[in-house]
Design a binder for this molecule. Sequence first.
Ligand code: PAF
Length: 272
Amino acid sequence: MLISCIERSALDAALNQLERPIIFIPTMGALHRGHGELINFGVSLSKSALVSVFINPLQFENIEDLNLYPRTGENDLKVAKESGASLLWTPEYSDVYGENIDPISAGPLGKVFEGASREGHFDGVLTVVKQLFEITKPDMALFGEKDFQQLFLIKAMVKKLKLDVEIISHPVVRDEDGLALSSRNERLTENGRVAARVIYRALQTANGSRDPKSKLHEVLLSEKLFKLDYAEIIDENTFMVTKEERSSEVQRRAIIAGWIDGIRLIDTAAIA
Ligand code: PAF
């Protein structure tokens, strides 16, 4: 049975009833099949899965984006319920931040790739994630690998601040044609949706090739509707760009971002 609550006091009471370990799946709502699979995975790891839906103003660079962010409360409830979550927390701003914000800086890595075009975005993400961890005190927290830079920065924060929570990740959930699931996909035109297949094609072509970065660029640039922001090979352990071959020390990963129909799309995959 799913318990749904808003206020901190109701959350505390509900959390007290849950069996440990508690796995926490923070979201900003607009839940789709990708979130459903994430929650399902959480439920497979623990009987007690807490899902939060909070659109965090701190991680939006402009008010317009924040206002345009989809709010799909009834559907969020349905997805959380059907995926087997035990508790759904949909706090207001004051339930999360109270009177004071304890800001966290993402450091230099917060300013490159996704951070380069979204000033302060990752500072906002880390600030809310730490705050949510402090309130909910989960044993584990689950994040999707699609936002690989976010996942990396959250793991780094947990390590640096010695937070007592295990960070678990879940692979990118894809549509049948390989496109990574995202609420933004709904905004693509019919042609744009077809063109978006190029991203997965690029990841597949780069995997195992001798020069994966060139392959990514070659495939992505072959699609006229795709406007490239970046396509790089990084080392998963450091998030630094690498030209090294995969080895026991270097775990290569492709990261891609660009626009189709003005919609920003990102994707990632491990590269052999
Ligand atoms: O990935 C998201 O949905 C958000 O960045 C997160 C982690 C819920 C923080 O607001």
